[in-house]
Write a protein that binds this ligand. Sequence first.
Ligand code: PMP
Length: 359
Amino acid sequence: MSVYNFCAGPASLPKEVLEKAQKEFLDWQGLGVNVMEISHRSAEFIALAEQSERDLRELMNISDDYAVLFMHGGGRGQFATVPQNLHVENKQAVYINSGIWSDGAFNEAQKFTQAIEINVRNDADGKFNCLKPEHWALPQDASYIHYCPNETIDGIEIFDTVKHDAPIVADMSSNILSREIDVNQFDLIYAGAQKNIGPSGLAIVIVKKSLLSRQGTQKASIFDYALEAKKESMYNTPPTYSWYLAAEVFKWLKAQGGVAAIEQVNIEKAALLYDFIDNSQFYKNTVANDFRSRMNVPFWLNDESLNQAFLAQSKQAGLLALEGHRMVGGMRASIYNAMPIEGIKALVDFMHKFEKEHN
Ligand code: PMP
C-alpha cells in the first residue's frame, strides 16, 4: 500500500531525495563518511553550499541584488530576526494580519520594534476581497511591510503582490518554490524549510543587499543578516545535514522542470481536491476561490461527529496526518511540492468512499 503524508510540516520530502540520502548515508562522495560528519569549511561542503545557492537562484530567478542566507531557527526564528535587523528608530513596522501565522509574526515583532497590525480578515463581502493588497490601507511611511502570502493554518493564499515604497517582507514558509514569483517585488523573503525545502530548523532568507546596511537593534550574531551574508552563512556551524537535504531538494525540483513546471502540477492537484469538496454535500471549505491555498487545504465534515472515524480510517488507508490544526479543527490536507498527484487521487477516492458509507 502506498502511504501519503499530508502533514503541514515537517512535511513529506521527495522520495527520490530520501532514497539518494539513504544511498549516501555511509559514504558521501566517496569520502567514506556521511556529509554531516565533515567540516562545513571543507572544500566538499563548500562546493555543496555554493551549488545549492546557485540552484536556488536559478529556480527562483534571484538576481545579484539579493543575498541568499541559510540560517538557523526556522520560521519563528525569522519572526524575531526580521524586526531585529530591519528596525528603524521612530518608524513603525506594518504587519498585515491575514491569519494565524502573520498574527504570530506581529506578536513577536512587538518585542523588538514599534509595530502596528492591520487586520485584513474582515470578510464583509463574503468574497475575501479584504485580502487583496490593493485594498489595504497602508500608512505612507513604514520601516517595512510584513505579510504572509500563504497562511498554512487558515488555508489562505494571497497571489497579488504588495506595492509600497517601504521594504516588503514576506513569510513564504509554506509556499516558497510552489509557484513562480517575481523576487524583485520583494525586499526580503524568508521561509522555514520544513514544507517545500527540507528538514525543520533551517530557514532560507533572500534579502536585498541594500537592506544589509540597516543597523536594526542589538541582536545575536547568528541572527545578523549582514554578518551572515559576509560569512556566507557560515559565521557559526550551519545545520549541514539540513542544508545537504535542501540542496538535494533543489536538484530534484530542477529535474521536475523547475518552479514553472511544479506550479502546473500544484494547480492541478489543488483543483482536483477543491472541486471534489465543492461538489460534495458532505465536506466543505469556506475560503473564496481566489484566495484558496494551493498548499494547505483545510476542510470540514458537515457532521463533525464523524471526525474521529474519518481520521482513523484514512490512516488505515495510508493517508496520514489529515487532522486539522488544533486552533481551527476539522481536517487539513497539506499538498506541497513533494506530494504526487497520485496522493490527491488516493485522498479523493477515500473521501468519496467515506462519504458513501456515512451519508
Ligand atoms: N510561518 C508559517 C507560514 C508557517 O507555516 C510556520 C510553521 N508552520 C511558521 C512560520 C513557523 O515555522 P517554525 O515552526 O519553523 O518556526
